[in-house]
Design a protein around this ligand. Structure first.
Ligand SMILES: NC(=O)C1=CN([C@@H]2O[C@H](COP(=O)(O)OP(=O)(O)OC[C@H]3O[C@@H](n4cnc5c(N)ncnc54)[C@H](O)[C@@H]3O)[C@@H](O)[C@H]2O)C=CC1
Ligand SMILES: Nc1nc(O)c(N)c(N[C@@H]2O[C@H](COP(=O)(O)O)[C@@H](O)[C@H]2O)n1
Length: 226
């Protein structure tokens, strides 16, 4: 199956949490890491998040640096990459920042079970891809994104989508910034939630690089999919 080259970028606390138990966004990394994230966005054809992240953080997923926007434009691309929400039940708010801010294509991926009225309303704002019965079939979705010409896909979480992609063998690399705080809480989301892998069937990684950045560490992992 053809699929885009896919990488996750995430920031987590020293105890592996990506936000608090109230699922409120916290600043884990600093300006240097946010600028690195902006560079990754600018080098990508598309950026994907789960609807849980849209509901919690309302990210715009736009490129913030004007010079990076200018470079993309002069190369004939939209200033922002395609922005994709994986949203089985079409819960993305119609006034979400991904619709209000930035330029270029937006995609909302839904399942057949999504309410038709809300899907119709979202179709005024975004291209709709329907894949899967009750929840979005990520393997099918990746095939469709590839056939649309998306070759390099950046995933910005959250915890449930990360699990869905990793457990289906759909991720090639992971950038993980580890910040100098503890968040704690057994219900706070971690880098990878979902059911979790079981003993004897864990997902191995190869460490590509590690560097100290601001008050934390940036790790780059290659995912050793079977
Ligand atoms: N520190 C960081 O780098 C980041 C932190 N976050 C945090 O993550 C939290 C959101 O994470 P979650 O609640 O886990 O939501 P999520 O963003 O992972 O979205 C989950 C949703 O994805 C959709 N989905 C559809 N098909 C799926 C499939 N086959 N597999 C998996 N998901 C599928 C479902 O509708 C599901 O409800 C927030 O608290 C947010 O602040 C989010 C992004 C980055
Ligand atoms: N890389 C990173 N570091 C942190 O400290 C964070 N809190 C996050 N959160 C994610 O950053 C994105 C912000 O997007 P916009 O600025 O609105 O475009 C969003 O995906 C947050 O969940 N990331």
């Amino acid at each position: 199956m053809n699929r885009p080259f896919t990488f996750i970028n995430s920031a987590m606390s020293a105890d592996g949490k990506i936000s608090t138990r109230e699922r409120k966004q916290v600043r884990i990394s600093g300006d240097i890491d946010f600028d690195r994230m902006d560079e990754l966005r600018a080098s990508s054809d598309a950026i994907m998040v789960g609807v849980g992240t849209v509901l919690a953080d309302d990210p715009s997923l736009t490129i913030k640096s004007q010079s990076r926007r200018d470079v993309r434009k002069s190369a004939g691309f939209d200033e922002d990459p395609i922005r994709i929400v994986v949203d089985s039940k079409a819960r993305t708010p119609l006034d979400a920042d991904i619709f209000k801010k930035g330029t270029g294509m937006r995609i909302v991926a839904v399942s057949i079970s999504a309410p038709k009225g809300k899907v119709d309303a979202l179709s005024e704002k975004a291209t709709i891809i329907t894949a899967g019965d009750e929840k979005v079939d990520l393997v099918l979705l990746m095939g469709q994104l590839s056939s649309m010409g998306i070759q390099r896909l950046m995933v910005e979480g959250g915890a449930t989508l990360n699990w869905g992609l990793l457990s289906n063998g759909l991720v090639d690399e992971v950038f993980s910034f580890i910040g100098n705080i503890f968040i704690g809480g057994n219900s706070s989301p971690t880098l990878v939630d979902g059911e979790g892998f079981i003993k004897g069937n864990l997902l191995p990684l190869e460490l590509i690089s590690s560097e100290t950045m601001e008050e934390g560490v940036l790790l780059k992992w290659k995912v050793l999919n079977k």
